[in-house]
Design a protein around this ligand. Structure first.
Ligand code: FE2
Length: 269
């Protein structure tokens, strides 16, 4: 989510659907992975946008982001003044949890996206939003993907859970279960909260990559409910407003164990 409560989540297509970044790509050939990802020729202005976004979120994260997210961010040691190279981040992820990064030209077709997750490969964009879109971008960019998503993939249990989400999605045969799985993805990977020893914290990237949602979601205006996959799968979400309710896990062990139980009961794993 973004600064404006009426704005959409970065991965959500615009309401008029005209932005080419919002059209999912159906792949006809494999994407470059790891060291195959070339570093783009970014302009100074693009590097400045990264710098601005990074600095702004860094001040917001203490006391709000999950300990596990902060640990992942430190382990990746992402550059502050320069857009990180996908190949470098991929190498660090591989060392940590055996995940790699592939470079995607934009939103991927769901089957292609989950197929990569199932193989422990995270599709990341390498382009960055314009300065006019600091607070709102209709599609994922590399700040959303790299800064927001990759730190959690450093955590071994989250990394396993994320792979299993991909595997379960590939095995999904009916629309109702698929919808449930989409909601589980939404309320965990994108909008999940966790109870840390210091209190309630954010691990969902849809929140962490948005300064507005990061400041809003821990307030009393948002209802927090305990995580069970059944409850998430039954909860519709509104892509155009700040999330309410959100769901709280006790630990990443609980996140994965409960998800595996839910998926096995539906023969998805
Ligand atoms: Fe995302």
């Amino acid at each position: 989510m973004t600064e404006s409560p009426s704005a959409a989540h970065p991965e959500t297509p615009t309401q008029d659907g005209n932005d080419p970044r919002c059209v999912p790509h159906k792949l006809t050939h494999p994407l470059p992975i790891g060291d195959e990802c070339q570093y783009p020729n970014y302009s100074d202005e693009e590097q400045e946008v990264w710098k601005t976004l990074h600095a702004r979120m860094e001040t917001l994260l203490p006391g709000r982001a999950a300990d596990e997210f902060i640990t992942g961010l430190r382990a990746l040691d992402l550059e502050r003044d320069r857009i990180p190279a996908l190949s470098d981040v991929s190498r660090k992820l591989r060392q940590a949890t055996g995940w790699q990064i592939c470079r995607t030209p934009g939103l991927l077709d769901a089957h292609d996206f989950f197929g990569y997750l199932a193989r422990r490969v995270f599709p990341s964009t390498d382009y960055i939003r314009a300065r006019s879109e600091l607070d709102y971008t209709p599609a994922p960019d590399c700040f959303h993907d790299i800064f927001g998503h990759t730190p959690m993939i450093v955590h071994p249990r989250f990394a396993d859970f994320y792979q299993k989400l991909g595997q379960a999605a590939l095995n999904c045969k009916d629309a109702a279960t698929e919808e449930g799985l989409t909601r589980i993805y939404w309320f965990t990977v994108e909008f999940g909260l966790i109870t840390n020893p210091g209190g309630l914290r954010i691990y969902g990237n849809g929140i962490i990559s948005s300064s507005g949602e990061t400041q809003h979601c821990l307030t009393d205006k948002v209802t927090k409910l305990p995580y069970t996959p059944e409850r998430l799968a039954a909860q519709a979400y509104d892509i155009w407003h700040f999330q309410n309710p959100v769901f709280v896990i006790e630990s990443f062990d609980q996140l994965e164990n409960e998800f595996v139980r839910w998926a096995r009961e539906r023969s998805l794993l």
